[in-house]
Design a binder for this molecule. Structure first.
Ligand code: ADP
Length: 417
């Protein structure tokens, strides 16, 4: 859908990242290569965060809005709002992520990272640093290295980066960006990540206009599988959008459908929820005989914000525009709160009722009624199975349902009318 207001336009200027393209002269230590005069540590995510957080904490109070929020180039639909973050941070602790096997190499001083990686083209400019293609000289494999100047980025940005690093260290999924290793100096951080040669999904959508229903199904299936995995680990991404989905590779199949291998990236705003027992202690403390039903039944639907985002992404992939659109933020929020989903554009005529039903389940205003990532994977739209678990499991049940509701789903029927 056209952005006539100009709110969707992006500025090319980045206020946080200077044009400093100088490579560090790092003294890189690597466990498998050689140890130089600098100290070599495998820093646990927790200890790394601890030290840097102390550094950040004094400045944190001063900064109400992170520089990321104010960066130009983040438009109404792509910029990260701090609206949700305020409440989420009250709910969730930072959590200790399981230590992964990602080498985190800390150096006092910079040295020749170029001894191990040959730097190539710039892949993109992020909010706090640039991402450069690099070849591992030993293995001759290609990587994307995110280089961040911690001083220039500021403490808030460093915090987001550390959060991203800690979460990436603790996850392993075919549709989540893989972090290979981290180099850190007091001034800079280098994240060696798997390379996504086909760039952002947003760019491909912009070029194509929209994806076919089959293409969309494959993308959403991969995305839902990544999010189901994260939610299973109590990790909430909180910033899912087209710009944060990278495409590692793609091909066009015999039916002229585009097959994309997608990777979820940018875990700067992600959080790990408190362990269930810890959360229960906080929420259900009290003497049982006085306990209200809503306290006993307390459910945490906080991860459901990711599901809403999947709904918005799916809608945009299918028709090329967002489900809710207004030329001011207030009006937009009003529409989102109402959550009235419309399929007016003629594009929707050729889209199946199953897809529309999935969208309605994803974009339910009440998070308690919103489908989960696992349930999405089990919908008829994804599985193609007309006897998916949401449906009656035996013939008698099916007959009952048919008797009560001949035709399709209630929601779809309303839509067709
Ligand atoms: P931001 O700070 O805005 O979230 P990033 O710093 O993560 O962005 O990335 C900046 C740009 O670099 C992205 O827009 C993307 O085009 C490119 N990029 C990031 N990660 C990769 C990757 N793993 N492979 C290829 N390109 C990447």
């Amino acid at each position: 859908m056209a952005d006539s207001s100009g709110l969707g336009k992006k500025s090319t200027e980045c206020p946080k990242c200077s044009s400093d393209t100088q490579e560090d002269t790092l003294c890189v230590c690597s466990c498998k290569i050689r140890v130089s005069s600098t100290s070599l540590e495998h820093v646990s995510p927790v200890s790394s965060v601890g030290s840097l957080e102390r550094l950040a904490s004094s400045e944190r109070k001063k900064e109400k809005i992170t520089s990321r929020d104010t960066a130009p180039g983040k438009d109404l639909f792509s910029r990260t709002s701090n609206v949700e973050r305020k409440t989420s941070q009250q709910q969730w602790g930072r959590g200790n992520f399981t230590e992964g096997k990602v080498p985190h190499i800390r150096m006092d001083d910079g040295a020749a990272i170029q001894e191990f990686y040959a730097f190539g083209r710039i892949l993109g400019q992020g909010s706090f640093g640039m991402v450069i293609e690099a070849i591992n000289k030993e293995t001759e494999t290609k990587w994307a290295i995110k280089k961040v100047n911690k001083e220039k980025a500021g403490s808030s940005a460093v915090k987001l980066l550390e959060r991203e690093v800690n979460i990436l260290k603790s996850v392993k999924h075919e549709h989540i960006i893989h972090l290979e290793q981290v180099f850190e100096t007091p001034k800079r951080m280098y994240l060696v990540m798997e390379l996504c040669e086909d760039g952002e999904l947003k760019r491909i959508l912009d070029r194509k206009g929209r994806f076919s229903e089959t293409e969309t199904r494959w993308i959403i299936q991969s995305l839902a599988s990544a999010i189901a995995y994260l939610h299973d680990k109590d990790i909430v991404h909180r910033d899912l959008k087209l710009e944060n989905i990278m495409v590692k590779s793609s091909f066009i199949d015999a039916n002229n459908e585009m097959n994309l291998n997608i990777k979820v990236t940018d875990f700067g705003l992600a959080v790990k929820k408190q362990g269930r027992s810890e959360a229960m202690l906080q929420t259900t403390c009290g003497t049982p005989i006085y306990m209200a039903p809503e306290v006993i039944n307390a459910h945490d639907y906080s991860q459901q914000c990711d599901i809403w985002s999947i709904g918005v992404i799916m809608y945009m992939l299918l028709c090329g525009g967002p489900p809710f659109w207004a030329n001011s933020e207030d009006k937009l929020f009003e529409l989102i709160r109402k959550g009235e989903l419309r399929f007016r554009d003629p594009v929707w005529d050729s889209i199946s009722d199953c897809a529309k039903s999935a969208l309605k389940q994803l974009l339910k205003v009440d998070p308690a009624h919103r489908i989960t990532a696992k349930e999405l994977l089990d919908t008829q739209w994804i599985t193609g199975n007309t006897l998916s678990s949401a449906r009656p499991i035996n013939v008698l049940e099916m007959m009952k349902e048919w008797k009560n509701n001949p035709g399709s789903d209630e929601e779809n029927t309303v839509d067709q009318k």
